[in-house]
Design a protein around this ligand. Structure first.
Ligand code: ZN
Length: 216
């Protein structure tokens, strides 16, 4: 997938931009020439196209969705931008907790703010809600996202703090658990209900593996 690669080749298309030259260095910045769907050629820094989601030749471009959708000053647009950056821009301060852990944004949303916007409105978005991923290790995509109140989000975050810096999946790996997908689902669902991690680990075989005993 080109979006997961650090390389841009001639012919690659990002938004309305098509790469039309090899990359070259200008004062230490890696750039390439792009042709915008509106017909304009422009030199653009490669990382902006790869990670910052520059999609057109500029804000004045007639093809610019900024210019046409009229939504760039909305709260949803800011939520969208922050989501994209923490998943796709390695320079973003929260990238290690998102993109760095393999969490990404689904193609549909990544390529089209409007699609995210429509999903949000149809999913009960309002200005007092925050976006939340149901599975903390899952991606930003329609079936893993919802809008929740600040309180719910805080509770999830507290739960994560309690888990001391590792994600649920990383804790399972740390303890060499579990052995099957079913066990993993049960384990994670207990943690999400607030069961203490230590209790779950200590009682692992009793709770999660009916009819099974550890091989000692
Ligand atoms: Zn353009």
């Amino acid at each position: 997938m080109k979006t997961n690669s650090n390389q841009i080749k001639i012919g690659d298309k990002y938004g309305n931009l098509t790469c039309i030259s090899d990359c070259f260095l200008v004062e230490g910045r890696l750039k390439a020439k792009f042709k915008c769907d509106c017909g304009t050629d422009k030199e653009i820094e490669v990382r902006h196209v790869l990670y910052m989601r520059t999609k057109t030749c500029g804000a004045k471009c007639p093809k610019s969705w900024r210019a046409t959708h009229g939504l760039s000053s909305t709260r949803l647009y800011r939520i969208y931008g922050a989501m994209i950056k923490r998943c796709l821009n390695p320079l973003h301060k929260h990238y290690p907790d998102y993109g760095g852990r393999g969490i990404t944004v689904c193609e549909e949303w990544k390529n089209d703010f409007r699609s995210f916007y429509d999903w949000a409105i149809n999913s009960g978005y309002s200005d007092d809600l925050q976006i939340d991923r149901e599975d903390n290790d899952g991606n930003y995509e329609p079936n893993n996202c919802r809008f929740v109140t600040c309180t719910v989000n805080q509770r999830n975050k507290r739960n994560n703090v309690f888990l001391e810096g590792k994600t649920r999946t990383e804790w399972l790996e740390f303890y060499g658990l579990p052995k099957t997908m079913t066990e993993k689902k049960r384990f994670i669902s207990r943690l999400r209900k607030g069961w203490p991690l230590k209790f779950c680990v200590d009682n692992y075989y009793n709770i999660f593996c009916r009819n099974k005993r550890p091989n000692i």
